[in-house]
Design a protein around this ligand. Structure first.
Ligand SMILES: [Zn+2]
Ligand SMILES: [Zn+2]
Length: 111
């Protein structure tokens, strides 16, 4: 219900493919999760992403693969999630990511 920023809802664009129309928002408590129906990117709509470990706001966006639990999805492309890496806490991961230019492996491995 806060309307501090006047551009709410109109500037939503997929960071992967630039789609701004076929996006689906799903509210989970305070976070709104956006899915791009064009390329499969999923991200949390967080206006101020920050490092979960040190709290730094100086984080870099990165794509991470999602484990596809549900089989038989109609989307043939691989879904990825937009995450944020901290140059301090995630320095190694960030360096690898910059070199490989491929999505990070999923970190929610099944036990
Ligand atoms: Zn997209
Ligand atoms: Zn950090």
């Amino acid at each position: 219900m806060s309307s501090e920023s006047g551009s709410d809802g109109s500037d939503l664009v997929c960071a992967r493919c630039g789609e701004d129309d076929r996006l689906r928002g799903e509210r989970r408590e305070e976070i709104i999760t956006i899915s791009c129906l064009a390329c499969g990117l999923v991200w949390d709509r967080d206006p101020t992403p920050s490092c979960k470990r040190c709290g730094s706001a100086d984080v870099r966006p990165a794509f991470q693969s999602i484990l596809d639990k549900a089989r038989g999805t109609q989307l043939s492309m691989q879904s990825v999630r937009l995450v944020h890496l901290c140059p301090d806490c995630d320095a190694d991961v960030l360096a690898d990511y910059a070199k490989s230019n491929t999505p990070l492996p999923p970190d929610e491995l099944p036990v």
